[in-house]
Structure formats: structure tokens, C-alpha cells
Design a protein around this ligand. Structure first.
Ligand code: AMP
Length: 113
């Protein structure tokens, strides 16, 4: 999708510190980390947000969670971690390409602000 920074990362046009790549997904370090470890898992395919996902993309959505688990393990987040999808303005979404945050490396407060 033209003008989408995460599509540009998928296409290698914008550099990112990759931690995982496969045929469906890419994972990389967040440029502005909100925790000692802050990773983003995104589908290669452009989906603006979770609401755009269709029933036939069930496997893709499950895959993103499995990749989240794998990159958390790779990052040795033994104390635990949090997986977050922000959707829309109230959800705090700032990049319109579906992404799963993986945060860890310190105790995370609940509820979020
Ligand atoms: P959200 O606010 O849920 O849409 O999350 C978007 C995230 O993308 C934020 O945590 C940003 O810091 C992160 N981000 C934006 N641009 C980049 C980039 N070029 N490389 C890595 N992370 C980015």
C-alpha cells in the first residue's frame, strides 16, 4: 500500500531491526520502545486494522499470535510479556497497518492509561 510505513518495512524500503520474517509476517523492534523490549508483529499483507480482518484470514491472525509468542521467547521474556493490538483513535492506533505489540522486560501496569 503506497504511503504505508509498515508496507515500506515489509518491502525493505525503510530500515527496521528485524527479529523474524516468514511468508506471512514480519517482526521488528519498535522505533520508540515503551518497554525494555518492544516488538511489532505485522502481516506482510496490508490490513489497515483489526476490523479489516475477514473470517478467511483466521489463519493469518492466529499466525501473528504464534509469531508474537516466538519473538517473546527469542527475546527471553521469562518474566512474562504483554500482547496488544490498538484499534482506532480511542485504542491509540497511530499506524494504519495491523500490528501486534509485544512488550516486556519490566512489570507492566494494568489497566493501561
Ligand atoms: P500504534 O500506536 O498502536 O499504532 O503503534 C504504532 C507503533 O509503531 C508505535 O509504537 C511506533 O513507535 C511504531 N513505529 C512507527 N514508525 C516505526 C518505524 N519506522 N519502525 C519501527 N516502529 C515504528
Amino acid at each position: 500500500m503506497a504511503g504505508c510505513i509498515f508496507c515500506d518495512i515489509v518491502d525493505g524500503k525503510i530500515p527496521a531491526k528485524l527479529i523474524h520474517e516468514d511468508h506471512l509476517a514480519v517482526a521488528f523492534h519498535d522505533i520508540s520502545p515503551k518497554a525494555p523490549t518492544h516488538l511489532l508483529v505485522i502481516p506482510r499483507q496490508h490490513l489497515s486494522d483489526l476490523d479489516e480482518a475477514k473470517p478467511e484470514q483466521e489463519l493469518l491472525l492466529g499466525h501473528l499470535l504464534l509469531v508474537a509468542k516466538e519473538v517473546a521467547a527469542k527475546s527471553e521474556l521469562r518474566g512474562g510479556y504483554r500482547v496488544v493490538i490498538n484499534r482506532g483513535a480511542d485504542g491509540g492506533q497511530s499506524v494504519d497497518h495491523l500490528h501486534v505489540h509485544v512488550l516486556g522486560g519490566r512489570p507492566l501496569a494494568w489497566p493501561p492509561g
